[in-house]
Design a protein around this ligand. Structure first.
Ligand SMILES: [Zn+2]
Length: 420
């Protein structure tokens, strides 16, 4: 994102906050646009200390982070690719803590500066120029080579895309990301990852528009990621405000179906987990929804994640999904586990739940005629939850091993303030 795009993101989010946060006492009108660019201004090693001090003598307070907690000392020097969002949870936690503290101290200038840095992180995270699979855009330059056109001699897959300024569109109602800073930081990393996956759709049409010298189309496309980044910023600031004012209230359990796993492995032909069903294959690829389990002697349709253990041709005959959890936020995991009652006939699998890599529950061998297990696992201080499914038929019923994790949910610890 360029200077103006970063300013548009932050202004878009501020305008959607409750009225009093748009015009804060003692905050100059020009500050938000500047604060939204603090990381670019102050992370830049080519700028002199004097010129940085002239902008803000206290700049280090806003852009330096304790690396042992944040994972990096500065936003732009973060090791690892943008879509490894779990590694950024510490950074988001530090940013949210600073925003909450500045609100509690009624230091609104500091609030705008910290919030501007967070909005900058959101903008950089979803900028199409940053989220291609390889940072040097080798792959993109092979798939979409620069046409022979004298006007495109200086085209650059990163800087030319980033130079397009998007405006901020209409935002949705802000969403509470968590009842604590810890949970909000975790949830923000999840939402940013989903936003990255969404914004990748802008990469190819933007490059094509630039090749066609269609600036209007490129700007129209650039509004997409700017709006997404503003929504992420709005949700984060809204959550920080409610946490600072101790007004978070209650949140429903987290629906694990909608949280992308940090790591997963599935059968290659089957693909990833199927939302709310399984897939009957062969002969076709069509999802069978909703999922069905045997509960209380009846076949019940319910939301969940359908999986199929790997054939065993390349890996062992299992499949898994692992999620990183914020420590101490959720008290237990619940789900119903069984073979799909209608299309799992003939199959046999064993389900297991692992915490921090250790098996804490195993279903034993199950078939489609058996009642689903009611799984309830205390999470303790675990920070990784893995749902694993193993074939239990020596590979003979591969296509029938339609296993289903029904209604997988994380329940908040009653120890947290808000649920007492
Ligand atoms: Zn930046």
């Amino acid at each position: 994102m360029n200077y103006d795009a970063h300013a548009n993101i932050f202004w878009g989010a501020l305008r959607a906050l409750p009225e009093k946060y748009c015009r804060l006492p003692g905050v100059p009108e020009s500050l938000p646009a500047l604060a939204a660019n603090y990381p670019d201004l102050f992370d830049d090693p080519t700028r002199s200390e004097e010129s940085k001090n002239a902008v803000d003598a206290e700049w280090r307070r806003f852009i330096d982070f304790p690396p042992e907690r944040a994972g990096a000392a500065r936003l732009h020097f973060f090791p690892g690719p943008m879509d490894r969002q779990v590694e950024r949870i510490g950074l988001y936690r530090c940013m949210l803590e600073r925003i909450v503290h500045s609100l509690q101290e009624r230091n609104f200038t500091a609030f705008i500066k910290h919030a501007g840095c967070l909005s900058h992180a959101m903008g950089d995270a979803v900028q199409p120029a940053h989220i291609t699979p390889d940072p040097n855009n080798f792959l993109l330059s092979q798939m979409l080579p620069v046409p022979e056109d004298p006007q495109l001699l200086d085209f650059h897959y990163h800087t030319s895309v980033e130079a397009v300024t998007g405006t901020c569109g209409t935002l949705a109602e802000p969403k509470l990301l968590g009842v604590s800073i810890e949970e909000a930081a975790w949830r923000l990393s999840v939402d940013v990852l989903l936003a990255i996956r969404h914004c990748r759709r802008y990469i190819i049409p933007t490059v094509e528009a630039l090749f066609a010298h269609d600036t209007g189309r490129a700007e129209q496309l650039a509004a997409g990621p700017v709006t997404v980044a503003a929504q992420l910023t709005l949700d984060a600031l809204f959550s920080a405000i409610l946490i600072a004012e101790k007004r978070v209230g209650k949140l429903p359990p987290v629906d694990l179906r909608l949280i992308p796993p940090a790591a997963e492995r599935h059968d290659l032909v089957y693909g990833g987990a199927i939302l709310d069903g399984n897939k009957k294959m062969p002969p076709n690829n069509v999802p069978v929804t909703p999922g069905a389990l045997r509960v209380g002697g009846k076949i019940v349709h319910l939301p969940g994640l359908g999986v199929l253990p790997h054939s065993g041709m390349q890996f062992d005959r299992s499949c898994y999904m692992s999620w990183i959890l914020p420590a101490g936020v959720f008290r237990y995991f619940t789900a119903l586990a069984g073979l799909h009652a209608e299309i799992g006939t003939g199959g046999a699998v064993a389900f297991s739940v692992l915490l921090d890599g250790k098996t804490v529950w195993n279903s034993g061998r199950m078939t489609a005629e058996m009642e689903a297990w009611n799984v309830e696992i205390p999470l303790g201080e675990a920070t990784e939850l893995t749902l694993r499914t193993d074939d239990a038929n020596e590979g003979k019923s591969f296509w029938n091993n339609n296993a289903y994790w029904g209604r997988p949910q994380l329940h908040r610890s009653p120890e947290t303030e808000q649920e007492k």
